[in-house]
Design a protein around this ligand. Sequence first.
Ligand code: HEC
Length: 113
Amino acid sequence: MFSMLLLLLACAGNSESSPLDSAPPAECASAPDVTWQNWGHGFFLTYCGACHSATSPNRDGAPENVNFDTKAEVVAMKERIRLRVIEDQTMPLGGGVYEEDLELLNVMLACGL
Ligand code: HEC
């Protein structure tokens, strides 16, 4: 059931004609309530903060202008985030994101920002 939802959202996100920053797909009506406040902030702190935070003492090569400390920064880069974390799975470096968190991230990027 949940994976069905993931597939639907992934398709909606992939379509050239309906980019993520247009109106949320209809599937969002039945999606879990995943927002920056109730989930996203913690996710980015846990998985990305070591390298992608303005206050990180050791960015490990992460670009100076790619930080995920605020919702606005994540909104601005959501397509790149979806691509690198969910599709290509080349971020975070070294991987290790729980499947459940990938699903929730997908929902938040499509519906919760
Ligand atoms: C161990 C350090 C490290 C962690 C943790 C990490 N990154 Fe990165 N990130 C990098 C480095 C190094 C680069 C530049 C090289 C590259 O693009 O592969 C980068 C670049 C990026 C870029 C910009 C390049 C592009 O494709 O637009 C994005 C977006 C990104 N990371 C997302 C994330 C997200 C989201 C997370 C957490 C889920 C994360 N990263 C976790 C080190 C890290």
